[in-house]
Design a protein around this ligand. Structure first.
Ligand code: TYD
Length: 130
């Protein structure tokens, strides 16, 4: 399942603030936060799916393209606002392309890092979801 989430900015004359709370904007218990930044020009990342992980992904700064592929349908979403999050729940192949130099891509995850949860080969991914 892929769902776009609009985060509500609590802006005032000083600027903006977004709060993300478990059981509110984030529908799982956050066990890990990581962020990708300083991505070099023309570098693409990702190229994997997860067997059991839930994630919310957003660009806190800058922008990148998030390609999501459930094995049947591919869609590309431009993450270009700290107010726009994507929830990924299920076995979805993801790739990130076209990073702006200032992109800080935030990932909130439902579990700690576990290499055995990764499907890093596209054919293995297709077999897994069959
Ligand atoms: P990698 O999976 O290649 O990043 P991406 O697929 O998003 O482009 O991860 C880069 C390195 O960081 C790799 O050696 C694994 C390590 N890593 C962790 O140690 N913990 C983590 O939570 C993540 C996401 C990666």
């Amino acid at each position: 399942m892929i769902k776009q989430i609009e985060f509500k900015p609590r802006g005032d004359e000083r600027g903006s603030l977004i709060a993300l709370e478990v059981n509110q904007e984030i529908p799982f218990s956050i066990q890990r936060i990581y962020y990708i930044y300083g991505t070099k020009p023309d570098v693409s990342r990702g190229f994997h799916a997860h067997k059991n992980l839930q994630q919310v992904i957003f660009a806190a700064s800058g922008a990148c393209d998030l390609l999501l592929d459930d094995g049947v349908t591919k869609q590309t979403i431009r993450l270009d606002s700290p107010e726009k999050g994507i929830l990924i729940n299920g076995v979805v192949w993801r790739e990130m392309h076209n990073f702006t130099p200032d992109c800080v891509l935030m990932v909130l995850a439902s579990d700690v890092y576990d290499e055995s949860d990764y499907l890093r080969d596209y054919d293995e991914f297709l077999n897994w979801i069959k």
